[in-house]
Ligand binder design. Structure first.
Ligand code: ADP
Length: 159
């Protein structure tokens, strides 16, 4: 069984992430969308909120699982039996960063492979960082996040 893991902060999950998930799904038997929790890193949304949003976008496909981990991605991949990491590439700076990480992960993760999906042009300008900035300014993020999440943000955070 081919098990893959898509690690990230998902703070919040965007249409860019969702596109990568949809495109990776047919390639694997199981895909874990896993939030890597870094206690040092300040996030805009609490872990429970991010997990709830991941569950809401993943509920219709039984190949998808939600994961949560602390520490090294390679350790969690081993724990869940994932031999492949999924990452999205938007531009050359994503490539430079991801290349190094994937080489390191292959060494410390016993040949753990990273599979890259090139962002679709219509999503390559979307990042969680930009979405967070727009949310902080009470702007409209409907073009960047799944609909249910947008509705949730408007009702819970824009009051
Ligand atoms: P991290 O904190 O690990 O960078 P993110 O949640 O920001 O986590 O991103 C997780 C993965 O999703 C990364 O591989 C990132 O390149 C990819 N990604 C983020 N936004 C997009 C997008 N718009 N199109 C394609 N891939 C994306």
């Amino acid at each position: 069984m081919k098990v893959a893991m898509f690690p990230g902060s998902f703070d919040p999950i965007t249409l860019g992430h969702l596109d990568i998930i949809k495109r990776a799904l047919p390639v694997f038997d199981k895909l874990y969308i896993a939030i890597g929790q870094n206690t040092q890193k300040k996030t805009l949304f609490e872990i429970d909120q991010r997990l709830e949003w991941l569950r809401s976008v993943c509920k219709d496909d039984n190949k998808l699982e939600i994961g949560l981990y602390e520490g090294l991605t390679v350790n969690y991949a081993k724990e869940i039996g994932a031999k492949y990491l999924i990452r999205g590439l938007r531009n050359a700076s994503d490539f430079d960063y991801e290349k190094t990480i994937s080489q390191l992960n292959s060494i410390i993760g016993d040949g753990l492979e990273t599979v890259f999906f090139i962002s679709k042009p219509e999503y390559s300008h979307i990042s969680s960082t930009i979405v967070r900035e727009i949310i902080k300014g009470r702007g409209d993020v409907s073009a960047f996040v799944p609909k249910t999440i947008y509705t949730d943000i408007e009702s819970k955070y824009y009051t």
